[in-house]
Design a protein around this ligand. Structure first.
Ligand code: ZN
Length: 164
């Protein structure tokens, strides 16, 4: 699987819900997880491998997880700042402010529905990955000034010149 970079329009699409919880889905999840580890990521969303579906995998340090058709039910009022990076925006890291925790409803690979609260580091990962399903990238949250500073680097990534 090939991870696509900013500039590819698939990353800006609203991803489609998953309807079939079949063998094809489980092998896709397996492949996506493998790619995440190969690329040294802590999360990878299907749109990042050019598949515009509502699904992502992540590992917050406690093993591989998958979330299918996730929905954010509740967000904390409290916001925290943490450094983020993204396999689709290689070489760029920035402090981003987001809610400290989120409550998410999602389906597992068998289609079972779960509700779970994620805070701290895992809360951060799931919010970042969820955004990919909505066509949002973490750099969208940067101030215009900070974005202007990163513009030359971003342009290089879009031209295919990637510096890791
Ligand atoms: Zn990302």
């Amino acid at each position: 699987m090939q991870v696509i970079h900013i500039g590819n329009p698939i990353l800006r699409k609203i991803a489609e819900p998953i309807e079939n919880f079949d063998a094809e889905l489980s092998s896709f999840v397996e492949e996506l997880t493998k790619t995440m580890y190969e690329e040294d990521g802590v999360g990878l969303a299907a749109p990042q491998v050019a598949v515009s579906k509502r699904l992502f995998v992540f590992d917050d340090g406690s093993g591989p997880r998958v979330m299918i058709n996730p929905e954010i039910l509740e967000k904390s009022i409290e916001q925290i700042s943490m450094e983020e990076g993204c396999l689709s925006v290689p070489g760029i890291y920035a402090d981003i402010t987001r809610p400290a925790w989120v409550k998410i409803r999602y389906q597992d690979v068998e289609g079972q529905i779960h509700e779970e609260l994620f805070e701290g580091y895992s809360g951060r990962i799931v919010q970042h990955e969820y955004d990919h399903l909505e066509g949002i990238l973490f750099i969208d949250y940067l101030s215009p000034a900070k974005k202007a500073l990163l513009r030359p680097k971003l342009n290089n990534i879009m031209k295919g010149k990637v510096s890791k």
